[in-house]
Design a protein around this ligand. Structure first.
Ligand SMILES: [Mg+2]
Length: 213
């Protein structure tokens, strides 16, 4: 068996994280409009369809247009992402302890340094066999890691992500997790197997499913 779990809004309270991250910028007088304007808008992303976030470039680009102390902000950001443990949802620990580590995989999007630092410094990796980030389709990664006839679960809060996995690998049991704290919620129908609002519910689904096998 393998369980693939998304990171943002599933294991990690990304909404809270973003609020606190923006506070750093605010404390230096950078309002949300400017924050948004330069979020991806720097030379490295020019003419790229897939834009990668880079906090240093974000700050420096703002610095090109406004009088700020870029180094000080960068230092503040570095300190902020040194410890992201407090954003891990409380039900995560109980969930991961109910399975053996070798069955658990984090699969997050996208594959950028900022994301990997955020995950690593949350301390959650030690509960997982592997933590994989990808800027491509998660279904591709999963396909390469699973064996024939293996029981596989996939948990994500993004409808398109869950639907893509279900479409590409129909044998995977897909669970759309819409936490009340999450940023993405879907109420309509879709091509997935189960819906849950927290990891306690996810556990119940998996447990029931395994007993029926
Ligand atoms: Mg997510």
């Amino acid at each position: 068996m393998k369980i693939f779990i998304d990171f943002d809004d599933v294991l990690f309270d990304t909404r809270e994280f973003v609020i606190d991250y923006k506070k750093i910028f605010k404390s230096y007088g950078i309002n949300e409009k400017i924050y948004d304007k330069y979020y991806y808008n720097y030379p490295a992303n020019k003419n790229k369809s897939f834009k990668k976030y880079n906090s240093k470039m974000h700050v420096r680009e703002i610095g090109k247009n406004f009088p700020i102390n870029a180094r000080k902000i960068e230092k503040n950001i570095t300190n902020f992402i040194k410890n992201t443990r407090k954003y891990i949802f409380k039900d995560v620990y109980k969930f991961v302890n109910r399975f053996s580590k070798k069955d658990l995989y984090i699969i997050s999007f996208p594959k950028i340094g900022f994301q990997e630092t955020k995950i690593k410094n949350s301390g959650i990796n030690k509960y997982f066999e592997k933590s994989i980030s990808t800027s491509g389709l998660k279904s591709k990664i999963i396909k390469n890691l699973i064996k024939k006839n293996e029981i596989v679960y996939f948990i994500d809060d993004r409808l398109e992500s869950v639907e893509n996995v279900k479409k590409k690998i129909p044998s995977v049991v897909t669970i759309l997790l819409g936490r009340k704290e999450g940023r993405h919620k879907y109420s309509g129908k879709g091509n997935f197997d189960f819906r849950a609002v927290n990891l306690r519910e996810v556990f119940k689904i998996i447990n029931k499913n395994l007993c029926a096998e």
